[in-house]
Write a protein that binds this ligand. Structure first.
Ligand code: G6P
Length: 485
Protein backbone atom coordinates (compact mmCIF):
# COMPACT_ATOMS: atom_id res chain seq x y z
CA UNK A 1 0.00 0.00 0.00
CA UNK A 2 1.35 3.40 -0.90
CA UNK A 3 1.12 4.88 2.57
CA UNK A 4 2.93 1.91 4.01
CA UNK A 5 6.06 2.78 2.12
CA UNK A 6 6.06 6.43 3.12
CA UNK A 7 9.34 7.23 4.80
CA UNK A 8 9.78 10.94 5.11
CA UNK A 9 6.62 13.01 5.04
CA UNK A 10 7.14 16.59 3.98
CA UNK A 11 6.83 18.55 7.19
CA UNK A 12 5.34 21.90 8.00
CA UNK A 13 2.66 22.06 5.28
CA UNK A 14 0.74 25.28 5.99
CA UNK A 15 -2.72 24.59 7.33
CA UNK A 16 -5.35 26.17 5.14
CA UNK A 17 -9.04 25.61 5.71
CA UNK A 18 -10.25 22.31 4.23
CA UNK A 19 -13.69 21.76 2.70
CA UNK A 20 -13.75 18.25 4.09
CA UNK A 21 -12.27 17.02 7.35
CA UNK A 22 -12.15 13.43 8.56
CA UNK A 23 -11.79 12.98 12.31
CA UNK A 24 -10.72 9.54 13.51
CA UNK A 25 -8.82 8.30 16.54
CA UNK A 26 -5.90 7.24 14.37
CA UNK A 27 -4.20 9.02 11.55
CA UNK A 28 -3.91 6.78 8.50
CA UNK A 29 -0.22 6.40 9.39
CA UNK A 30 1.54 5.49 12.64
CA UNK A 31 4.99 6.75 13.54
CA UNK A 32 7.43 3.90 13.99
CA UNK A 33 11.05 4.11 15.07
CA UNK A 34 13.06 1.28 13.52
CA UNK A 35 15.68 -0.57 15.60
CA UNK A 36 18.39 1.59 14.00
CA UNK A 37 16.62 4.77 15.11
CA UNK A 38 15.06 5.75 11.78
CA UNK A 39 11.58 7.33 11.76
CA UNK A 40 9.11 5.74 9.36
CA UNK A 41 5.36 6.13 8.92
CA UNK A 42 3.42 2.92 8.44
CA UNK A 43 -0.24 2.40 7.55
CA UNK A 44 -2.12 2.08 10.83
CA UNK A 45 -4.09 -1.07 11.69
CA UNK A 46 -7.79 -1.68 11.32
CA UNK A 47 -10.42 -1.41 8.67
CA UNK A 48 -11.03 2.31 9.01
CA UNK A 49 -7.91 3.44 7.24
CA UNK A 50 -8.33 0.98 4.42
CA UNK A 51 -11.92 2.15 4.01
CA UNK A 52 -11.30 5.89 3.93
CA UNK A 53 -7.91 6.21 2.33
CA UNK A 54 -9.10 5.91 -1.30
CA UNK A 55 -11.86 8.48 -0.79
CA UNK A 56 -9.53 10.93 0.97
CA UNK A 57 -7.14 10.97 -1.94
CA UNK A 58 -9.87 12.26 -4.23
CA UNK A 59 -11.08 15.27 -2.19
CA UNK A 60 -9.48 18.45 -0.88
CA UNK A 61 -9.47 17.12 2.63
CA UNK A 62 -7.64 16.94 5.90
CA UNK A 63 -7.48 14.12 8.43
CA UNK A 64 -7.41 14.81 12.18
CA UNK A 65 -6.07 11.92 14.26
CA UNK A 66 -3.53 10.50 16.69
CA UNK A 67 -0.11 9.35 15.45
CA UNK A 68 -0.24 6.18 17.58
CA UNK A 69 2.32 7.07 20.27
CA UNK A 70 2.11 8.95 23.58
CA UNK A 71 3.59 12.40 24.11
CA UNK A 72 4.41 12.92 20.47
CA UNK A 73 4.38 16.43 19.02
CA UNK A 74 4.11 16.22 15.25
CA UNK A 75 3.33 19.33 13.20
CA UNK A 76 0.77 18.99 10.40
CA UNK A 77 2.18 17.22 7.35
CA UNK A 78 1.13 15.70 4.08
CA UNK A 79 1.38 12.00 3.28
CA UNK A 80 0.58 10.77 -0.19
CA UNK A 81 -1.77 13.61 -1.01
CA UNK A 82 -3.62 13.57 2.32
CA UNK A 83 -3.17 16.50 4.69
CA UNK A 84 -2.66 15.11 8.19
CA UNK A 85 -3.35 17.05 11.39
CA UNK A 86 -1.92 15.14 14.37
CA UNK A 87 -3.59 15.33 17.80
CA UNK A 88 -1.26 14.86 20.76
CA UNK A 89 -2.16 12.40 23.53
CA UNK A 90 -0.20 12.21 26.78
CA UNK A 91 0.81 8.82 28.18
CA UNK A 92 -1.94 9.15 30.79
CA UNK A 93 -4.51 9.99 28.12
CA UNK A 94 -3.48 6.95 26.09
CA UNK A 95 -4.09 4.90 29.21
CA UNK A 96 -7.39 6.49 30.23
CA UNK A 97 -9.01 7.62 26.97
CA UNK A 98 -7.70 5.00 24.48
CA UNK A 99 -6.90 1.84 26.45
CA UNK A 100 -9.39 2.66 29.21
CA UNK A 101 -12.66 4.26 28.17
CA UNK A 102 -12.51 3.43 24.45
CA UNK A 103 -11.18 -0.10 24.64
CA UNK A 104 -12.05 -1.36 28.12
CA UNK A 105 -15.43 0.34 28.57
CA UNK A 106 -17.11 1.10 25.23
CA UNK A 107 -15.55 -1.71 23.17
CA UNK A 108 -16.71 -4.60 25.41
CA UNK A 109 -20.06 -2.93 26.21
CA UNK A 110 -20.89 -2.38 22.54
CA UNK A 111 -19.80 -5.92 21.65
CA UNK A 112 -22.55 -7.36 23.83
CA UNK A 113 -20.41 -7.58 26.99
CA UNK A 114 -18.33 -10.51 25.69
CA UNK A 115 -15.77 -9.22 28.22
CA UNK A 116 -16.89 -7.23 31.27
CA UNK A 117 -16.76 -3.46 30.66
CA UNK A 118 -14.87 -1.42 33.26
CA UNK A 119 -16.51 1.80 34.40
CA UNK A 120 -14.14 4.41 35.82
CA UNK A 121 -14.93 8.08 36.29
CA UNK A 122 -11.35 9.21 35.55
CA UNK A 123 -11.51 7.38 32.21
CA UNK A 124 -14.70 9.22 31.34
CA UNK A 125 -13.10 12.58 32.26
CA UNK A 126 -10.17 11.79 29.96
CA UNK A 127 -12.58 10.76 27.18
CA UNK A 128 -14.37 14.14 27.43
CA UNK A 129 -11.07 16.07 27.46
CA UNK A 130 -9.63 14.21 24.47
CA UNK A 131 -12.87 14.35 22.47
CA UNK A 132 -12.85 18.13 22.95
CA UNK A 133 -9.28 18.30 21.67
CA UNK A 134 -10.25 16.43 18.49
CA UNK A 135 -13.33 18.65 18.07
CA UNK A 136 -11.24 21.81 18.42
CA UNK A 137 -8.72 20.58 15.89
CA UNK A 138 -11.50 19.79 13.40
CA UNK A 139 -13.26 23.11 14.04
CA UNK A 140 -10.01 24.98 13.38
CA UNK A 141 -9.33 23.06 10.16
CA UNK A 142 -12.69 23.16 8.38
CA UNK A 143 -13.65 25.87 5.89
CA UNK A 144 -16.80 27.97 6.29
CA UNK A 145 -19.83 25.84 5.43
CA UNK A 146 -17.57 22.78 5.08
CA UNK A 147 -18.08 19.19 6.24
CA UNK A 148 -16.63 17.23 9.13
CA UNK A 149 -16.92 13.44 9.11
CA UNK A 150 -16.32 11.88 12.54
CA UNK A 151 -15.50 8.18 12.87
CA UNK A 152 -16.09 5.56 15.46
CA UNK A 153 -16.62 4.87 19.11
CA UNK A 154 -13.52 6.65 20.39
CA UNK A 155 -15.03 10.00 19.38
CA UNK A 156 -18.75 9.84 20.13
CA UNK A 157 -18.84 13.27 21.79
CA UNK A 158 -17.14 15.04 18.89
CA UNK A 159 -20.26 15.60 16.71
CA UNK A 160 -21.98 17.73 19.37
CA UNK A 161 -18.74 19.48 20.38
CA UNK A 162 -17.74 20.41 16.85
CA UNK A 163 -21.25 21.61 16.05
CA UNK A 164 -21.20 23.90 19.10
CA UNK A 165 -17.87 25.32 17.97
CA UNK A 166 -18.89 25.65 14.31
CA UNK A 167 -22.67 25.85 13.79
CA UNK A 168 -22.10 26.70 10.09
CA UNK A 169 -20.84 23.23 9.09
CA UNK A 170 -22.34 19.85 8.24
CA UNK A 171 -21.36 17.00 10.58
CA UNK A 172 -21.47 13.31 9.77
CA UNK A 173 -20.73 10.41 12.12
CA UNK A 174 -20.10 6.79 11.19
CA UNK A 175 -20.02 4.08 13.84
CA UNK A 176 -17.81 1.18 12.73
CA UNK A 177 -18.69 -1.21 15.55
CA UNK A 178 -22.04 -2.54 16.79
CA UNK A 179 -24.45 -0.40 18.79
CA UNK A 180 -25.95 -2.56 21.54
CA UNK A 181 -29.54 -3.18 22.57
CA UNK A 182 -30.86 -0.81 25.20
CA UNK A 183 -30.75 -3.42 27.98
CA UNK A 184 -26.96 -3.42 27.68
CA UNK A 185 -26.42 0.18 26.64
CA UNK A 186 -28.27 1.31 29.77
CA UNK A 187 -25.34 0.08 31.89
CA UNK A 188 -23.21 3.00 30.76
CA UNK A 189 -23.13 5.60 33.53
CA UNK A 190 -22.73 8.34 30.88
CA UNK A 191 -25.35 6.95 28.51
CA UNK A 192 -27.26 10.21 28.05
CA UNK A 193 -24.14 12.32 27.43
CA UNK A 194 -22.97 9.88 24.76
CA UNK A 195 -26.35 9.96 22.99
CA UNK A 196 -26.32 13.76 23.01
CA UNK A 197 -22.80 13.74 21.65
CA UNK A 198 -23.81 11.56 18.69
CA UNK A 199 -26.96 13.57 18.03
CA UNK A 200 -24.78 16.54 17.12
CA UNK A 201 -24.37 14.87 13.70
CA UNK A 202 -26.67 15.40 10.71
CA UNK A 203 -26.26 11.75 9.74
CA UNK A 204 -25.48 9.01 12.26
CA UNK A 205 -24.47 5.99 10.21
CA UNK A 206 -24.27 2.39 11.42
CA UNK A 207 -23.17 -0.90 9.89
CA UNK A 208 -26.41 -2.86 10.30
CA UNK A 209 -30.09 -1.93 10.35
CA UNK A 210 -30.22 -3.45 13.86
CA UNK A 211 -27.57 -1.02 15.15
CA UNK A 212 -29.58 1.93 13.82
CA UNK A 213 -32.74 0.55 15.43
CA UNK A 214 -30.94 0.13 18.76
CA UNK A 215 -29.71 3.71 18.63
CA UNK A 216 -33.14 5.12 17.74
CA UNK A 217 -34.70 3.16 20.60
CA UNK A 218 -32.07 4.45 23.06
CA UNK A 219 -32.57 8.08 21.94
CA UNK A 220 -36.31 7.72 22.35
CA UNK A 221 -36.24 5.98 25.70
CA UNK A 222 -33.47 7.94 27.34
CA UNK A 223 -33.92 11.43 25.94
CA UNK A 224 -37.62 11.28 25.03
CA UNK A 225 -37.00 12.38 21.43
CA UNK A 226 -39.58 11.56 18.82
CA UNK A 227 -38.34 9.13 16.22
CA UNK A 228 -39.74 8.38 12.77
CA UNK A 229 -38.53 5.48 10.61
CA UNK A 230 -34.98 6.80 10.19
CA UNK A 231 -35.00 10.29 11.68
CA UNK A 232 -35.08 11.86 15.12
CA UNK A 233 -36.83 15.17 15.81
CA UNK A 234 -34.68 17.32 18.08
CA UNK A 235 -35.89 20.31 20.09
CA UNK A 236 -33.62 22.66 18.08
CA UNK A 237 -35.48 21.77 14.87
CA UNK A 238 -32.81 19.50 13.42
CA UNK A 239 -33.80 16.00 12.25
CA UNK A 240 -30.67 13.82 12.06
CA UNK A 241 -30.84 10.77 9.80
CA UNK A 242 -30.06 7.45 11.53
CA UNK A 243 -29.42 4.69 9.04
CA UNK A 244 -27.33 1.66 8.10
CA UNK A 245 -24.54 2.16 5.57
CA UNK A 246 -22.70 -1.20 5.49
CA UNK A 247 -19.03 -0.48 4.91
CA UNK A 248 -16.88 -2.31 2.39
CA UNK A 249 -13.36 -2.45 1.00
CA UNK A 250 -11.51 -1.00 -1.94
CA UNK A 251 -11.60 -4.16 -4.02
CA UNK A 252 -9.12 -2.98 -6.68
CA UNK A 253 -5.82 -3.69 -4.91
CA UNK A 254 -7.09 -7.11 -3.81
CA UNK A 255 -8.20 -8.04 -7.32
CA UNK A 256 -4.98 -6.76 -8.84
CA UNK A 257 -2.64 -8.39 -6.35
CA UNK A 258 -4.50 -11.68 -6.76
CA UNK A 259 -3.61 -11.65 -10.48
CA UNK A 260 0.09 -10.95 -10.01
CA UNK A 261 2.28 -13.91 -11.00
CA UNK A 262 4.68 -13.41 -8.07
CA UNK A 263 1.80 -13.47 -5.60
CA UNK A 264 0.27 -16.54 -7.18
CA UNK A 265 3.70 -18.18 -6.94
CA UNK A 266 3.92 -17.14 -3.30
CA UNK A 267 0.54 -18.80 -2.65
CA UNK A 268 1.88 -22.06 -4.07
CA UNK A 269 5.01 -21.68 -1.97
CA UNK A 270 2.85 -21.29 1.16
CA UNK A 271 1.01 -24.51 0.29
CA UNK A 272 4.29 -26.23 -0.35
CA UNK A 273 5.71 -24.98 2.95
CA UNK A 274 2.78 -26.54 4.80
CA UNK A 275 3.55 -29.94 3.29
CA UNK A 276 1.00 -29.74 0.44
CA UNK A 277 -2.13 -30.49 2.45
CA UNK A 278 -5.37 -31.22 0.57
CA UNK A 279 -7.04 -28.26 2.27
CA UNK A 280 -5.74 -25.03 3.79
CA UNK A 281 -7.95 -23.20 6.27
CA UNK A 282 -7.25 -19.61 7.23
CA UNK A 283 -8.23 -17.23 10.02
CA UNK A 284 -7.13 -13.59 9.94
CA UNK A 285 -7.97 -11.35 12.86
CA UNK A 286 -6.69 -8.73 15.22
CA UNK A 287 -6.06 -10.71 18.40
CA UNK A 288 -9.35 -9.61 19.95
CA UNK A 289 -11.83 -11.46 22.16
CA UNK A 290 -14.68 -10.43 19.87
CA UNK A 291 -13.29 -12.48 17.00
CA UNK A 292 -14.14 -15.95 18.31
CA UNK A 293 -10.60 -17.24 17.79
CA UNK A 294 -10.83 -19.55 20.82
CA UNK A 295 -14.10 -21.05 19.61
CA UNK A 296 -12.62 -21.73 16.17
CA UNK A 297 -9.52 -23.34 17.67
CA UNK A 298 -11.57 -25.48 20.01
CA UNK A 299 -13.70 -26.76 17.15
CA UNK A 300 -10.63 -27.48 15.03
CA UNK A 301 -8.90 -29.30 17.89
CA UNK A 302 -11.94 -31.53 18.42
CA UNK A 303 -12.08 -32.40 14.73
CA UNK A 304 -8.46 -33.54 14.98
CA UNK A 305 -9.11 -35.43 18.24
CA UNK A 306 -12.01 -37.25 16.62
CA UNK A 307 -10.02 -38.11 13.51
CA UNK A 308 -12.48 -36.25 11.25
CA UNK A 309 -9.46 -34.40 9.86
CA UNK A 310 -5.74 -35.14 9.98
CA UNK A 311 -2.67 -32.92 9.94
CA UNK A 312 -1.61 -34.53 6.66
CA UNK A 313 -4.86 -33.59 4.95
CA UNK A 314 -5.57 -30.19 6.40
CA UNK A 315 -3.53 -27.23 7.66
CA UNK A 316 -4.97 -24.29 9.54
CA UNK A 317 -3.17 -20.94 9.44
CA UNK A 318 -4.24 -18.48 12.12
CA UNK A 319 -2.93 -14.94 11.69
CA UNK A 320 -3.59 -13.00 14.90
CA UNK A 321 -2.17 -9.50 14.62
CA UNK A 322 -1.12 -7.89 17.91
CA UNK A 323 -3.66 -5.40 19.24
CA UNK A 324 -4.21 -3.26 22.37
CA UNK A 325 -1.57 -5.28 24.17
CA UNK A 326 -1.62 -3.30 27.40
CA UNK A 327 -5.31 -3.94 28.07
CA UNK A 328 -5.82 -6.84 30.54
CA UNK A 329 -8.53 -8.62 28.58
CA UNK A 330 -6.23 -8.75 25.55
CA UNK A 331 -3.31 -10.11 27.58
CA UNK A 332 -5.54 -12.88 28.96
CA UNK A 333 -6.86 -13.71 25.53
CA UNK A 334 -3.34 -14.06 24.17
CA UNK A 335 -2.43 -16.47 26.96
CA UNK A 336 -5.57 -18.53 26.38
CA UNK A 337 -5.16 -18.71 22.61
CA UNK A 338 -1.50 -19.62 22.81
CA UNK A 339 -2.10 -22.25 25.47
CA UNK A 340 -4.87 -23.85 23.42
CA UNK A 341 -2.85 -23.86 20.20
CA UNK A 342 0.23 -25.19 21.98
CA UNK A 343 -1.80 -28.10 23.36
CA UNK A 344 -3.40 -28.97 20.04
CA UNK A 345 -0.09 -28.80 18.20
CA UNK A 346 1.62 -30.84 20.91
CA UNK A 347 -1.01 -33.56 20.58
CA UNK A 348 -1.25 -33.66 16.79
CA UNK A 349 1.87 -32.32 15.08
CA UNK A 350 4.21 -34.66 13.28
CA UNK A 351 7.76 -33.78 12.32
CA UNK A 352 6.47 -32.88 8.87
CA UNK A 353 3.10 -31.27 9.65
CA UNK A 354 1.71 -28.69 12.04
CA UNK A 355 -1.95 -28.67 13.04
CA UNK A 356 -2.27 -24.90 13.53
CA UNK A 357 0.30 -22.51 12.11
CA UNK A 358 -0.07 -19.54 14.48
CA UNK A 359 1.33 -16.16 13.46
CA UNK A 360 1.14 -13.37 16.06
CA UNK A 361 2.22 -10.78 13.52
CA UNK A 362 0.88 -8.29 11.05
CA UNK A 363 1.69 -8.78 7.36
CA UNK A 364 1.86 -6.52 4.33
CA UNK A 365 -1.10 -6.69 1.99
CA UNK A 366 0.87 -8.66 -0.64
CA UNK A 367 1.49 -11.49 1.81
CA UNK A 368 -2.13 -11.40 3.00
CA UNK A 369 -3.36 -11.80 -0.56
CA UNK A 370 -1.00 -14.75 -1.08
CA UNK A 371 -2.52 -16.35 2.04
CA UNK A 372 -6.07 -15.66 0.80
CA UNK A 373 -5.16 -17.29 -2.50
CA UNK A 374 -3.68 -20.30 -0.75
CA UNK A 375 -6.72 -20.75 1.51
CA UNK A 376 -9.44 -23.18 0.44
CA UNK A 377 -11.52 -22.22 3.46
CA UNK A 378 -11.71 -18.86 5.24
CA UNK A 379 -12.93 -18.98 8.83
CA UNK A 380 -14.66 -15.88 10.27
CA UNK A 381 -16.22 -16.89 13.58
CA UNK A 382 -16.58 -13.56 15.39
CA UNK A 383 -18.85 -13.51 18.44
CA UNK A 384 -19.79 -9.96 17.50
CA UNK A 385 -18.31 -7.79 14.77
CA UNK A 386 -19.45 -4.46 13.32
CA UNK A 387 -18.79 -5.65 9.76
CA UNK A 388 -15.67 -7.84 9.26
CA UNK A 389 -13.76 -6.68 6.24
CA UNK A 390 -11.48 -9.73 6.17
CA UNK A 391 -14.44 -11.72 4.82
CA UNK A 392 -14.79 -9.22 1.97
CA UNK A 393 -11.05 -9.16 1.28
CA UNK A 394 -11.01 -12.94 0.89
CA UNK A 395 -13.92 -12.84 -1.54
CA UNK A 396 -12.33 -10.05 -3.59
CA UNK A 397 -9.23 -12.19 -4.25
CA UNK A 398 -11.14 -15.32 -5.43
CA UNK A 399 -11.26 -14.58 -9.15
CA UNK A 400 -11.53 -18.30 -10.00
CA UNK A 401 -14.72 -18.55 -7.88
CA UNK A 402 -13.18 -21.26 -5.73
CA UNK A 403 -12.91 -21.26 -1.96
CA UNK A 404 -15.46 -21.28 0.85
CA UNK A 405 -16.24 -18.59 3.40
CA UNK A 406 -17.45 -19.77 6.80
CA UNK A 407 -19.09 -16.73 8.36
CA UNK A 408 -20.49 -16.03 11.79
CA UNK A 409 -24.05 -14.80 11.84
CA UNK A 410 -22.98 -12.23 14.45
CA UNK A 411 -21.00 -10.14 11.97
CA UNK A 412 -22.39 -7.19 10.03
CA UNK A 413 -21.11 -8.94 6.90
CA UNK A 414 -23.56 -11.81 7.46
CA UNK A 415 -26.46 -9.48 6.58
CA UNK A 416 -25.04 -9.14 3.07
CA UNK A 417 -23.03 -12.29 2.39
CA UNK A 418 -25.90 -14.73 2.34
CA UNK A 419 -24.10 -17.39 0.30
CA UNK A 420 -21.44 -18.01 2.94
CA UNK A 421 -21.61 -21.10 5.17
CA UNK A 422 -23.22 -19.49 8.21
CA UNK A 423 -22.29 -20.43 11.77
CA UNK A 424 -23.21 -19.63 15.33
CA UNK A 425 -19.70 -19.56 16.85
CA UNK A 426 -21.05 -20.43 20.31
CA UNK A 427 -22.26 -23.76 18.96
CA UNK A 428 -19.01 -25.73 18.78
CA UNK A 429 -20.68 -28.76 17.14
CA UNK A 430 -22.17 -26.40 14.57
CA UNK A 431 -18.75 -24.84 13.90
CA UNK A 432 -17.24 -28.32 13.46
CA UNK A 433 -19.95 -29.29 10.99
CA UNK A 434 -19.54 -26.00 9.11
CA UNK A 435 -15.78 -26.59 8.83
CA UNK A 436 -16.41 -30.09 7.46
CA UNK A 437 -19.05 -28.79 5.04
CA UNK A 438 -16.55 -26.21 3.80
CA UNK A 439 -13.70 -28.73 3.50
CA UNK A 440 -15.87 -31.18 1.59
CA UNK A 441 -17.85 -28.72 -0.55
CA UNK A 442 -17.89 -29.79 -4.22
CA UNK A 443 -16.34 -27.42 -6.76
CA UNK A 444 -19.59 -26.56 -8.51
CA UNK A 445 -21.22 -25.50 -5.27
CA UNK A 446 -18.18 -23.46 -4.21
CA UNK A 447 -18.34 -21.71 -7.51
CA UNK A 448 -22.08 -21.05 -7.37
CA UNK A 449 -21.78 -19.48 -3.93
CA UNK A 450 -18.56 -17.56 -4.60
CA UNK A 451 -19.94 -16.07 -7.80
CA UNK A 452 -22.83 -14.50 -5.93
CA UNK A 453 -20.60 -13.39 -3.01
CA UNK A 454 -18.22 -11.72 -5.46
CA UNK A 455 -21.02 -9.93 -7.24
CA UNK A 456 -22.18 -8.47 -3.94
CA UNK A 457 -18.70 -7.38 -2.80
CA UNK A 458 -17.50 -6.03 -6.14
CA UNK A 459 -20.68 -4.03 -6.72
CA UNK A 460 -20.81 -2.60 -3.23
CA UNK A 461 -17.26 -1.47 -2.69
CA UNK A 462 -15.99 1.23 -0.40
CA UNK A 463 -16.47 4.03 -2.87
CA UNK A 464 -20.15 3.09 -3.22
CA UNK A 465 -20.30 3.18 0.59
CA UNK A 466 -18.71 6.62 0.99
CA UNK A 467 -20.76 8.00 -1.92
CA UNK A 468 -24.01 6.88 -0.37
CA UNK A 469 -23.06 8.21 3.07
CA UNK A 470 -21.90 11.55 1.71
CA UNK A 471 -24.97 12.00 -0.50
CA UNK A 472 -27.20 11.37 2.50
CA UNK A 473 -25.06 13.78 4.51
CA UNK A 474 -25.39 16.54 1.97
CA UNK A 475 -29.19 16.21 1.96
CA UNK A 476 -29.45 16.01 5.74
CA UNK A 477 -27.07 18.96 6.20
CA UNK A 478 -29.15 21.15 3.88
CA UNK A 479 -32.39 20.06 5.58
CA UNK A 480 -31.03 20.76 9.04
CA UNK A 481 -29.60 24.14 8.14
CA UNK A 482 -33.00 25.26 6.90
CA UNK A 483 -34.87 23.61 9.80
CA UNK A 484 -32.62 24.47 12.77
CA UNK A 485 -33.72 27.23 15.12
C1 G6P B 1 -11.59 -1.56 14.78
C2 G6P B 1 -12.14 -0.18 15.11
C3 G6P B 1 -11.23 0.92 14.61
C4 G6P B 1 -9.82 0.67 15.13
C5 G6P B 1 -9.33 -0.71 14.73
C6 G6P B 1 -7.93 -1.04 15.25
O1 G6P B 1 -11.63 -1.79 13.42
O2 G6P B 1 -13.46 -0.05 14.57
O3 G6P B 1 -11.69 2.18 15.07
O4 G6P B 1 -8.92 1.66 14.64
O5 G6P B 1 -10.24 -1.67 15.24
O6 G6P B 1 -7.85 -0.89 16.64
P1 G6P B 1 -6.85 0.13 17.32
O7 G6P B 1 -7.27 0.18 18.75
O8 G6P B 1 -5.49 -0.46 17.10
O9 G6P B 1 -7.01 1.46 16.62
Amino acid sequence: MALGSLESPSRGVPVTAAEFVVVANRLPVDRIITPDGEEIWRTSPGGLVAALEPMMRSVDGAWVGWAGQPDLDVPPFEADGIRLLPVRLSAQEVEEYYEGFSNDTIWPLYHDVIAPPQYHREWWEAYVTVNLRFAEAAAAAVAKGGTVWVHDYQLQLVPEMVRNLRPDITVGYFHHIPFPAHGLYAQLPWRDQVLRGLLGADVIGFQRAQDATNFLAAAKRRLGHETKATTIALPDGRTPLVKAFPISIDTTPYRELAQRPDIKARALEIREGLGNPKRILLGVDRLDYTKGIRHRIKAYGELLDQGRISVEDAAFIQVASPSRERVDAYMHLRDEVELAIGRINGDHDTLGHTAIRYLHQGFPREEMVAMYLAADVMLVTALRDGMNLVAKEYIATRADNRGVLVLSEFTGAADELRQAVRVNPHDIEGVKDAIMTAIEMPRHEQSKRMRSLRKRVLENDVSAWSRSFLTALEDAGARNRSGAS
